[in-house]
Each structure stands twice: as C-alpha cells, then as structure tokens.
Design a protein. Structure first.
Ligand code: TMP
Length: 215
C-alpha cells in the first residue's frame, strides 16, 4: 500500500521544523516508518539548488521566474529520488514545505502568475500530491522574533520586510481556505506542545491512525 504524504507549510519562524520532529516521533510510536525531509532540498542535488537559490552571491538576485524554476528543479529530483520511492515502500513522508511554498513565495510581490505556477506544479508534482497539509499560521511579529532567535545569516526570503511576510501569511491562509479537504489550519501562536497536540489530532482523524496498543 502506498504510504502517506504530509506537508507542513507556513511563513518562516512558524515552528514547522519543531512540529515535524514531534509528529515524526508520534507516528513512529504508532508503528509507522517515517521519512523526514524538506524543500527546497532533501536530496544531494536539491540541497545544492537550495544553497544556490537561498544564498545567491552577494549583490545578485534571482527573478521570481528563475526562483520558480529552481524550486521546481529541486522538487523534481526530490520527488524522483526520495519522495516517490518512500511512498512506494509504504513509508510516511513528512516534508517541511512543498508546492504550496512555490505558489506563495514565487507569486507574492508581483512574482510569477498563479496560472504559470499551477502549470509547472502539474508537470512536476503530477499525482504525488500531499494527502494532508498542515498550514501553520502565526502573527508576523511573533514569527519574526523566532526567526531572529535562530543562529546564522538570514536567507534571501528571511531578509525581506514586514510587508512581504504579511503577504506570505495571507497567501497561505487563502490556500488553507480554498482547499479544506487537504489543508488543516493550525494556530501556531500557541505553546509548542499545544500546537503539536492540535496537529497530531488532525493527522489521526484525517489519516485514520489507531492509538498504539498498550499491554
Ligand atoms: P525554510 O524552509 O528554512 O523556511 O527556508 C526555505 C525558504 O525558501 C523559505 O523562505 C521559503 C522559500 N521557498 C520558496 O520561496 N519557494 C519554495 O518552493 C520553497 C519550497 C521554499
């Protein structure tokens, strides 16, 4: 039986990575084999593309169209080498960002038209659409504090201003509202364990996971 494909989406600093680890632990405790991965990235080649797109040489910028193509290049390799084989083995794939991030980031602020992005997504993703997407939503100010608390230099998107991040938040909310069969909106402004419990409840309900047997 094909495994399950769960994606986590939301603005930077919304707590996706922390939630992904927590969900993986709970799924493993429920007897699932879990593959944790991220986009852009997840394979050696896709990680090289990640570095290229998120950290262009000083003073250089990719256009939104070039970004969209690079994200989809990385995604193609990721799907071919990691995601599809894992799903065929029956594993559960948890992915930190996927195609919704391209829809959002490469279209906001006068980027690529939604029609063009949709076409690319159709070719690249094909039938490998997520079974479920957790959309983490938090006020931009709270997320900015979490981003600033993280070590390392800001990438090309993190470094953009408040207005950009507000548009990103609104665009993710629109996707969650438009596709309720796939997406679950999670209020990520709550304490970490409350967010994890809400997400876990949604995963159990939607993907029919039985609690592990206690002896
Ligand atoms: P993060 O996964 O560490 O948050 O960083 C990845 C950054 O890449 C984030 O700012 C969103 C951006 N991104 C896109 O612009 N398009 C995409 O398709 C994906 C997957 C990520």
């Amino acid at each position: 039986m094909r495994g399950r494909f769960i994606t986590l989406e939301g603005g930077e600093g919304s707590g996706k990575s922390t939630l992904l680890k927590e969900l993986a632990a709970r799924l493993e405790a429920a007897g699932k084999t879990v593959v944790c991965t991220r986009e852009p990235g997840g394979t050696a080649l896709a990680e090289s593309v990640r570095n290229l797109v998120l950290h262009p040489p000083a003073g250089q910028h990719w256009s939104p169209m070039a970004e969209a193509l690079l994200m989809n290049t990385a995604r193609t390799d990721h799907l071919e080498k990691l995601i599809r084989p894992a799903l065929e083995r029956g594993d559960w794939v948890l992915c930190d960002r996927f195609a919704d991030s391209t829809r959002v980031y490469q279209s906001v602020s006068g980027g690529v038209s939604e029609d063009v992005l949709k076409l690319m997504e159709g070719f690249v993703v094909g039938e490998t659409r997520p079974d479920m997407t957790l959309v983490l939503d938090a006020p931009v100010e709270a997320a900015a504090e979490r981003r600033e608390a993280r070590a390392g230099t800001a990438d090309t998107f993190e470094a953009r201003g408040h207005e950009f991040h507000e548009k990103v938040r609104a665009a993710f909310l629109r996707i969650a509202q438009k596709e309720p069969a796939r997406c679950v909106l999670i209020d990520a402004s709550r304490p970490v364990d409350e967010v994890a419990n809400a997400a876990w409840t949604a995963v159990q309900e939607r993907l029919d996971i039985k609690a592990p047997a206690t002896t």
